[in-house]
Design a protein. Sequence first.
Length: 84
Amino acid sequence: MAVTKKRDARKSVQQPGWITLDGGFAARPCTVRDMSATGARITVDDPNALPGRLRLAFTRDTRTGRNCAVVWRRGKSLGVKFVR
């Protein structure tokens, strides 16, 4: 029997966000296109310049946000999953 993997429902948010690297340095603006309990789709000017791990926040405060792992890249968009 095949196992089907059901994705969490994504909610369109279309709001500004911040990507921080290396413990809060190099904050970069992004747009969060949609989000679910397990991840998000974001758009940035240069997604190839981002590493495989980053922190996504809705304010520029580096103490907030969620740790993420990049799971796909397409053009200026990338998908991230939330990790601990």
